[in-house]
Design a protein around this ligand. Structure first.
Ligand SMILES: C[S@@+](CC[C@H](N)C(=O)[O-])C[C@H]1O[C@@H](n2cnc3c(N)ncnc32)[C@H](O)[C@@H]1O
Length: 280
């Protein structure tokens, strides 16, 4: 079948996921989307079989990113598997905030709950003077982050640490984190894709969704942030007031809640107040 006809056929078969047709065809055939128009050709039987297998898995609910094994984030390619959360476009707001703030400063950055490494690796790529450390709790997760660091040509460090139990070693200028922030009870009522396929450990923020912010703000940051060090968190869109209040109570200053392009609260940043004059 010629590719132009195949596109509308695949769109139909994918039903509500029809917008993913071009990505699937590109993946299976190696043709770029401009090839579909400029250099169309017949799709081979092998390619057709690959496409049909992907459609079957996709129609049973499996996320396309897990089927193909990669996704795009900040214009870069990141490998993903069932151990790692699929990077979301929402999270680009956090990366853009940090990258804009850092510019070419020489700073040490810790990405807590790195998963695929999408946040820390993007920062390392876009801020070449930043020394970035990626932290997560399991070797399986960190090995995906390592592959992604190589794939994107950045030099970063890795720490395996359960942030709820241990305080990582070292001193940092910036803690950046998109921690698990969904209330435990809500997780299993989420969209089928999220609750059946993505790792619960990447989502579960405890009974009120705030467990990781509490731990990082009240215990971790004070131990490992340098004077005037800063935190930048992704938050759920209803969590801006709670996280800001937590930061205020723990003596952070310059607390800002920033919105994503859809207008939802998405990022909180703050500075650890320090120095001998701050309380006067
Ligand atoms: C919401 S996901 C974010 C993943 C990735 N940073 C992103 O933005 O796509 C939260 C991450 O926190 C990690 N995590 C969960 N519990 C943890 C713990 N106790 N210690 C360290 N990391 C943890 C998960 O493995 C997961 O990678």
């Amino acid at each position: 079948m010629v590719v132009s006809r195949l596109r509308s056929e695949v769109r139909k078969q994918l039903k509500e996921n029809g917008h993913e047709a071009d990505w699937i065809i590109s993946h299976a055939t190696g043709m770029s989307q401009s090839d579909f128009v400029m250099n169309p050709r017949e799709v081979t039987d092998d390619e057709m079989q690959k496409i049909n297998e992907i459609i079957t898995r996709r129609n049973s609910g499996e996320p396309l990113q897990y089927i193909l094994g990669y996704t795009e984030f900040m214009g870069m390619t990141f490998k993903v598997n069932e151990d790692t959360l699929i990077p979301r476009q929402d999270t680009e707001t956090l990366v853009e905030t940090v990258v804009t703030g850092l510019g070419s400063k020489k700073v040490r950055v810790l990405d807590i709950g790195t998963g695929s490494g999408c946040i820390g690796i993007s920062i390392a790529k876009l801020c070449p003077n930043a020394e970035v450390v990626l932290l997560d709790y399991s070797d399986a997760i960190l090995s995906v982050a390592k592959e992604n660091a190589e794939l994107n040509g950045v030099n970063v460090e890795f720490i395996r640490c359960d942030i709820l139990e241990e305080i990582p070693k070292g001193e940092y200028d910036i803690i950046v984190s998109n921690p698990p922030y969904i209330e435990t009870d809500v997780i299993f009522s989420l969209d089928n894709i999220v609750s059946s396929y993505e790792p619960v450990e990447a989502l579960d923020g405890g009974f009120d969704g705030l467990m990781f912010y509490r731990r990082i703000i009240e215990e971790v940051a004070k131990e490992i942030l340098k004077e005037d060090g800063e935190v930048a968190f992704e938050i759920g869109y209803t969590q801006g007031d709670d996280v800001s209040e937590m930061l205020r109570e723990e003596d952070f200053s310059n607390i800002k809640v920033l919105r994503d392009p859809c207008g939802n609260d998405r990022v909180v940043t703050a500075r650890l107040r320090s120095g001998i004059f701050h309380s006067i």
